[in-house]
Design a protein around this ligand. Structure first.
Ligand code: SF4
Ligand SMILES: [Zn+2]
Length: 368
């Protein structure tokens, strides 16, 4: 059976389980409970700044509900899986936005970025209707201190009309669209991640983004470190190659997501059967060193899940320290000296894993 078919079955079962579980509960979660927002210091293009994160619920990523979605993604489990009216979406946004405005006076910050997550594609009008997209952008445009507005979208929803329509609402801000490229290896992306994005479609949408002169619209690439069914060594190489590929196309910023195993996904199915392990933190460091030295665009390495049973892992002695050094590297956009020279006894195991996992095209467990 092909990966796509197994993935679709796993997703269908997972969605059915979610629906049954929710039906069994007497008190269904209100729609607002699927939303979230928080803020912290994060790296902007030109400096460290105040960043507000807003998660809005939608009817669910269409790619996941229709095709089974990506083999590492469980966002669908965070969706209410029902249609949400425009009015409800606006009300939910307003509540989260007000929470953040109550928490801080935006005008007291010099540089603010907004990251909007919809667990799917912001530019897909079936997920976020035009009226809601525009309402949100008009709110952001009220504040000069907001320098960057970042949304996410699959390439098929990125067209000149949508970009200009939204760019026109925030004409003096950087409008960034994060696209899940995941890897420059098309075979891995189509057949192992099941992303449904060809190199051609990615290249086309980056060129559309870069062709718009009137507004400062930029492409960001999300890259997955260690998809399923590739070795540790191949995962490192693909991550490095992907940064170079994206840079050459005109992508302006990179965001790596080292894999964490989420329930209800094909990655979880393989992990439970001993056929997948998340990357070593040593592998992540290798990627940081190569990319910071050889690819001259900003790069962020996500550290969510680091040191947990389902996330990137070295050993209990060095996980936490390395995580904090990677966060430092994100903020400074450099390789901290300590990270450059750091060593731990677990490094030998990683080196052996690199050597042998390539032969076996699987990994030994780093989590003993
Ligand atoms: S990674 Fe994005 S496109 Fe893929 S299933 Fe998740 S939300 Fe959908
Ligand atoms: Zn260690």
């Amino acid at each position: 059976m092909k990966v796509q078919e197994i993935n679709r079955q796993i997703r269908e079962n997972s969605i059915e389980n979610i629906i049954n579980k929710r039906d069994r509960k007497k008190d269904k979660k209100p729609l607002q409970a699927y939303a979230a927002s928080w803020a912290n210091e994060d790296r902007l293009y030109d400096s460290v700044g105040y960043t507000i994160f807003i998660v809005l619920p939608t009817s669910g990523c269409e790619w996941a509900t229709k095709s089974g979605g990506c083999t590492m993604c469980s966002y669908i489990a965070d969706s209410p899986l029902t249609d949400i009216s425009e009015e409800n979406l606006i009300e939910i946004f307003d509540n989260e936005w007000k929470k953040q405005l109550d928490k801080t006076d935006i005008s007291s910050h010099e540089n603010v970025a907004i990251k909007l997550f919809v667990s799917g594609s912001f530019l897909n009008k079936n997920e976020i209707p035009e009226k809601v997209q525009e309402y949100i952008f008009n709110e952001f445009n009220k504040y000069d201190q907001i320098k960057e507005v970042i949304v996410e979208s699959k390439p098929e929803y990125i067209d000149e009309e949508s970009l200009k329509r939204l760019g026109n609402l925030i004409p003096n801000k950087i409008f960034e669209i994060g696209i899940g490229l995941e890897t420059s290896n098309e075979d891995t992306r189509l057949n192992k991640i099941n992303k449904g994005i060809t190199n051609k479609s990615f290249e086309k949408c980056v060129s559309i983004i870069n062709s718009i002169d009137e507004y400062d619209i930029r492409a960001k690439a999300y890259l997955l470190v260690k998809p399923i069914l590739i070795s540790e060594k191949q995962a490192i190489q693909e991550s490095i190659d992907s940064a170079k590929y994206a840079r050459e196309l005109g992508v302006r910023r990179l965001a790596y997501c080292p894999a964490t195993v989420h329930g209800g996904t094909m990655m979880d199915y393989l992990w439970k059967r001993g056929s997948y392990n998340p990357p070593w933190i040593w592998s992540v460091i290798e990627i940081i060193k190569e990319v910071r030295k050889n690819v001259d665009i900003p790069m962020i390495m996500d550290t969510a899940g680091f040191g947990t049973r389902r996330g990137p892992f070295n050993c209990k002695k060095c996980n936490a320290k390395l995580k904090s050094l990677i966060i430092k590297s994100n903020l400074e956009q450099e390789i901290p000296e300590e990270l450059e020279t750091f060593s731990c006894e677990c490094k030998k195991k990683w080196e052996a894993d690199l050597e042998f996992s390539d032969i076996l095209n699987t990994t030994t467990s780093p989590k003993d």
